[in-house]
Design a protein around this ligand. Structure first.
Ligand SMILES: [Cu+2]
Length: 152
């Protein structure tokens, strides 16, 4: 491949990442189709750290990967998994094709450190989720009482 053709290919890929219109033709390879639901942040008992939970649903035919989360609440947002009672920071979390990534109490979750302020019940926190394939998704997440359990 010549340098010019390589550049053209890179430009095409870049445009595809920016323009959601690329998904409109239902191409044969499939692509992830992501939506976020059930997001909440339990009001943290302490002022320096909070957790976040949500579900990323993928109705597309290709997998994606959650790679990072940013928020005005914290400049230090990390992805954690939980095994037994031990939690571990990971660099990314998979969003399977025609499946979901569920972040929930006792399982994988978001961790906010160095909080800009202590979140209060009723407040809304903006989160932007970044993915390996899909464009970023920004959601507004309510702060719930520490005892809140989704669906119950
Ligand atoms: Cu954690």
């Amino acid at each position: 491949m010549t340098a010019a053709r390589a550049t053209a290919a890179a430009l095409a890929l870049g445009a595809c990442a920016v323009l959601s219109a690329c998904g409109g033709d239902g191409g044969g390879a499939g692509r992830p189709e992501l939506s976020v639901s059930g997001a909440y942040i339990p009001q943290p008992p302490m002022a320096d750290m909070a957790a976040g939970y949500l579900t990323v649903r993928n109705t597309g035919r290709a997998a994606d990967t959650l790679t990072a989360v940013t928020s005005p609440l914290s400049r230090d947002v990390t992805l954690h998994t939980t095994t037994g009672t031990r939690m571990r920071q990971v660099g990314s979390l998979p969003v399977p094709a025609d499946g979901e990534l569920r972040l929930a109490g006792g399982g994988s979750h978001l961790m906010f450190a160095g909080l800009a302020h202590r979140p209060e019940v009723g407040e809304k926190i903006r989160l932007t989720l970044r993915f390996a394939v899909s464009a970023p998704l920004t959601v507004t997440v309510p702060v719930q009482p520490l005892t809140y359990r989704p669906g119950g």
